[in-house]
Design a protein around this ligand. Structure first.
Ligand SMILES: [Zn+2]
Length: 306
């Protein structure tokens, strides 16, 4: 499988040296059916095309040979970036082989069972922030937690319709039958800062803006409760408020509420402060219908790990 993609761009491709590479690449891409004369004709057509369209660049994507992708343009190659990326992957390779040697091969029976099925007890919703990986800070091992991460660890209410977060929830709750849902927020959350910075009437095409607006009720409650605090303190307040709002939003899904009523599913909040490395954990205390009105909720089993 291979395909070529032409994109309009401010870059041009007119170097004959570069074009030789394109031609050679085309021969590989399209296979041996192309005879040399046909390749040469294609070469000339490409060259003519690029001369007439100097603002076009060519991307050649080869699927079957390892997802190699090459963009040809007249920008100087940044060798340092390529070398750095290569080093990063060398590091990842070492880590993977270390995992395989130390964990996988040392627990073959466990991983054999995991290859057949998963039965995690936890569904975790955490922020996409690179500093708050749930597996790193809470030690979840493969098979222990079904995890979805999004900007600001938000759970949209049922009425908002499909999203990748509620798709993951549906699978975790209805198919995997997890026993706990844990929403983890964290300190210095950029998504919450974006939420708190929203201009009320702003219309924006920003994907971030249009996602974090899900947390607007938490923002409103923060503004009411913490208007005397400075902006950073309000953000910190909202980081926790939005977790509770997400816990309440979980109950807007009938298949979640039904399990919570039955006692087969518990929903919890967690707050990871990576400045002083502490973790706060609590559980939503479900009290039946009518519970969702306004801000009526209570929590139980609060713990502070430091
Ligand atoms: Zn965050």
């Amino acid at each position: 499988m291979a395909h070529a993609v032409f994109q309009s761009s401010s870059l041009s491709c007119s170097s004959s040296a570069d074009f030789s590479k394109i031609s050679a690449k085309a021969s590989n891409i399209f296979g041996s059916q192309l005879r040399s004369q046909e390749i040469e004709q294609a070469h000339l057509r490409f060259l003519d095309y690029f001369k007439r369209n100097p603002t076009v660049k060519l991307k050649a994507v080869m699927g079957s040979s390892g997802l190699a992708q090459e963009t040809i343009d007249n920008k100087p190659k940044v060798a340092g970036v390529t070398d750095e990326a290569s080093n990063h992957f060398k590091e990842l390779r070492q880590r993977f082989l270390g995992f395989k040697k130390d964990k996988y091969l040392g627990n073959l029976e466990h991983y054999r069972r995991l290859s057949e099925a998963q039965a995690p007890k936890f569904m975790v919703i955490a922020c996409a922030d690179s500093r708050v990986c749930p597996s790193s800070i809470l030690g979840f091992q493969p098979g222990e937690a079904f995890v979805v991460r999004n900007v600001a660890n938000l759970v949209p209410p049922h009425e908002n319709g499909p999203s990748e977060t509620n798709a993951a929830l549906e699978f975790a709750v209805n198919s995997l039958e997890v026993e706990n849902i844990l929403v983890i927020g964290h300190s210095c959350c950029g998504g919450i800062k974006a939420l708190m910075s929203l201009q009320d009437e702003a219309v924006s095409s920003s994907f971030i803006r249009n996602w974090v607006v899900v947390g607007k009720p938490a923002r409103l409650k923060t503004k009411e409760a913490a208007s005397n605090l400075n902006f950073d303190q309000q953000c910190r307040h909202c980081e926790k408020e939005s977790i509770n709002r997400s816990l309440l939003n979980l109950l807007t899904y009938p298949w979640i509420e039904e399990r919570v009523i039955r006692g087969s599913l518990s929903i919890h909040g967690g707050y990871y402060d990576f400045i002083d490395c502490t973790f706060e954990k609590w559980t939503l205390d479900y009290r039946g219908s009518g519970f969702l009105t306004d801000s009526e909720y209570s929590i139980k089993n609060r713990e502070f790990w430091s």
